[in-house]
Design a protein around this ligand. Structure first.
Ligand code: HEC
Length: 94
């Protein structure tokens, strides 16, 4: 029980870090960086383009093509909850 409370506190204290490590764990950072284009667009540029998380969630889950260039993004293996967390983290980078 005590351990759980500590974990929750740790997550509240560092939300941005927690979600960047989720992006790393899900291999997003192989093709993306927060502030420069790699294979895919910089997450800061994505944040500047969208206000609504639902479009971003759909792209993360289903993949995306033709919006940023010639290279498509394949669908990613993430749960609804993970896609939501990642989308919120990306949009928080503006
Ligand atoms: C194999 C490389 C690759 C991986 C892995 C990858 N992406 Fe992408 N991503 C891309 C490319 C390329 C694009 C541009 C697609 C386009 O032009 O529509 C993109 C686009 C995006 C966009 C913008 C979509 C839009 O609707 O404009 C978001 C958000 C995104 N990626 C998030 C993620 C997240 C989160 C992960 C990890 C779960 C991830 N990507 C993993 C290559 C990748």
């Amino acid at each position: 029980m005590k351990y759980h409370i500590l974990l929750i506190l740790a997550c509240l204290a560092a939300p941005a870090m927690a979600d960047e490590s989720l992006a790393k764990a899900k291999n997003c950072m192989v093709c993306h960086a927060t502030d420069k284009k790699v294979m895919g667009p910089a997450f800061k540029d994505v944040a500047a383009k969208y206000d609504d998380a639902s479009t971003v969630v759909a792209s993360i889950k289903n993949g995306s093509k033709g919006k940023w260039g010639a290279i498509p993004m394949p669908p990613n293996k993430v749960s609804d909850e993970e896609a939501q967390k990642l989308a919120q983290w990306i949009l928080s980078l503006k």
